[in-house]
Design a protein around this ligand. Structure first.
Ligand code: C2E
Ligand code: MG
Ligand code: MG
Length: 268
């Protein structure tokens, strides 16, 4: 039988092709869902926004992590199909999200650098949000830095359009790419998410603490909302409380969760 992690190269490629053929079905037969994970203010403990993370429950392979199929969709050039679906679902969920996490809660979705190739992206995404009775101001678009910097000029222009239409923009996984610093000044941003790798052994290593502190100071000096990703334990939270105005996201507050599936279709 075909195993998802089959490691012979030909088999792997064939598998990827089959997987992409399954994708269209996946949307129409309810295999794709969103899980939400809060970004929490470390000072107040309040949830300010939640990140929508896509989940594909494949009938044969069960849960396929986004890292295993999103890059394939990007290569195929059809990622905007996913992005539009995710934003539409998130917009449809907004009322229930606010019911659960608090009235002002905003929703973050991940967009791909490939999405930025579309000239009409900003109007298209705004249209989706308005269709569901929402406003772009209710949403944060997270862009991964490594993907973004390939075409600086185009990226900057598209991001500017998104922001003029009212979306907030976050630079995701900050610190993992090569042009981190220039991205911070070139792109019109509202938020920066410090990659979870910065937290590795941070409690035991003073040099790592210095790098982290400087990174936070840099982000805050540019007046960016600063979110620390991948916070897993109480000690790290305690250590991070020395900083003001930091937000955190991670398993410490919980795994990404789906909204109650019973209510999925009742809102119409
Ligand atoms: P990301 O945007 O950086 O999302 C955060 C990832 O870190 C999520 O993995 C989340 O489950 C995981 N995470 C959260 N807290 C912790 C923690 O405390 N420790 C650890 N080790 N991990 C934590 P996930 O859901 O597997 O998503 C992986 C990546 O896939 C995302 O990274 C994002 O780049 C991409 N992705 C997810 N959903 C979408 C989507 O709808 N569209 C696009 N284009 N990409 C998506
Ligand atoms: Mg993200
Ligand atoms: Mg991230």
């Amino acid at each position: 039988t075909l195993n998802f992690y089959d490691n012979t190269v030909g088999e792997h490629q064939r598998h990827q092709q089959l997987l992409m053929l399954d994708l269209e079905d996946a949307f129409t037969s309810n295999q794709i869902h969103l899980a939400y994970q809060p970004k929490v203010s470390l000072n107040s403990g309040q949830t300010e926004s939640v990140e929508a993370l896509v989940r594909w429950y494949h009938p044969q392979f069960q849960l396929i992590p986004p890292g295993d199929w999103i890059p394939l969709v990007e290569e195929l050039g059809s990622i905007t199909r996913v992005t539009r679906w995710v934003l539409g679902r998130a917009a449809a969920d907004l009322a229930r999200i606010r019911n659960r996490y608090g009235v002002g809660t905003r929703v973050a979705i991940n967009i791909s650098a490939r999405d930025l190739a579309l000239p009409e992206l900003a109007d298209s995404l705004e249209g989706i949000v308005r269709h569901h009775g929402g406003m772009p101001q209710d949403f944060i678009l997270e862009i991964t830095e490594t993907a973004v910097i390939e075409n600086l000029e185009l990226t900057t222009e598209r991001l500017g359009q998104l922001r003029r239409n009212g979306f907030s923009l976050a630079l995701d996984d900050f610190g993992t790419g090569t042009s981190s610093l220039s991205a911070l000044t070139e792109f019109p941003l509202d938020e920066v998410k410090i990659d979870r790798r910065f937290l590795t052994r941070i409690l035991a290593d003073q040099n790592r603490q210095k790098v982290f502190r400087t990174t936070v100071e840099l982000a805050q000096s540019l007046s960016l909302d600063t979110v620390v990703e991948g916070i897993e334990d109480e000690q790290t939270v305690q250590w991070l409380r020395q900083f003001t105005d930091l937000k955190g996201q991670g398993f410490f507050w919980g795994q990404p969760v789906m909204l109650d599936p019973d209510q999925d279709e009742t809102q119409g």
